[in-house]
Design a protein around this ligand. Sequence first.
Ligand code: AMP
Ligand code: GLY
Length: 431
Amino acid sequence: MKLLVIGGGGREHALAWKLKQSPRVHKVFVAPGNAGTALEDGLENLPITTIPDLVEFAKNEPIEFTVVGPEAQLAAGIVDAFRCIGLKIFGPTKQATQLEASKDYSKVLMRRYGIPTAAYATFSDPTEAHKYLDKKGVPIVIKADGLAAGKGVEVAMNLSSAHDAVDAMLISNSMGKAGARILIEEFLEGEEVSFIVMADGHHVLPLATSQDHKRLGDGDQGPNTGGMGAYSPALIVTPELRTRIISEVIKPVIRGMAQDGQHYTGFLYAGLMISQGGSINVLEYNCRMGDPETQPIMMRLKSDLSILVEHAMEGTLEEVEAEWDYRTALGVVMAAHGYPETPRRGDIIYGLSELISMEQLDKDFHVFHAGTMMGGKDNKEIVTTGGRVLCVTALGDNVKIAQHRAYEIADKIQFDGCQMRCDIGHLATSS
Ligand code: AMP
Ligand code: GLY
């Protein structure tokens, strides 16, 4: 069968790479893909991004089913457009994607169904927002309501930066429409965990746990990013905590959405804060896999992803289980100069071709691409196209070994201005 993956980041490279491992899958198209998916055996990039063109392609090829990576295409209604003419696609509908696309919608839903989350209030009037900030004090968190590609959250440690964030979003329109309404939320302390499941409208299949590293710098300092590295499993999630997350956070949202007439199908990502005392709070729901969490999770998945997706689309997820490599997988992101504010494009990346040959023999690491394309001299070089560029992911018997291996591989890759954290996995290696 031929499959289609929508997107062009590291998450989509990992999904397409994993889907292609199935003996049932002959080819995976990736739209638009990146240099990594262009070079991978059995994957083919498709330079189309508009929903009508993607529908047309899937119908004519024909594609057995499509998997959607990024939230923007989900929020734009790609699932509705495919389903409308009977094409199989895995992801939530436009309406169900509100769970991620509007933080206010998701907070109201959490409140209605008793799902634990930080106290908050919603504003579109700056004067009211400023008054509320003065009443609550700091630390406090200001969030754009809409999709802001990971840039819509200010964790304010002093009142002046809190007020500035309100003005930036509500007065200067720094986030455009996404920030025309904001949430001001209680600051939560604890350790963050990513808990991702596949959902078929009624049942869920939990994937392996993982932990992201959102800040740009070592020691979790500096600006928030889309994620600078991740590993799986997250050691903090004990079997008992996992059971509680499923019953307190995952099942209620799927049940609640179904009660509201929104049968949720697709990947569902709960970003959680686990306090020292073990209480769970939802920071956000995302209607997709995480990036870079997908890369280590896919490295550990032993089951055939194409079969899991089929069960999810048919509403029979309760019939399957996912099998995982017992080892830890750890991914280190190499990001472009200037990321996250003003990522630079066009730097040539060195060292990748030797690693591609090594990957044929050593299945315990993989370099997943994100912001890359073929370019340079004779179109034979790999150049950066901005943001997060690569995620070097490796397996090891424990976090330290996986970490050591991932950095050893990353050190073989060079490009000008590369930014890379040196401490991915630090919460697990220091305890
Ligand atoms: P979000 O997009 O809502 O997940 O927020 C992005 C990041 O901001 C999270 O991964 C956290 O690191 C941080 N954050 C969000 N909400 C809170 C909160 N209520 N308390 C503390 N940190 C938060
Ligand atoms: N790594 C965080 C996210 O994908 O939202």
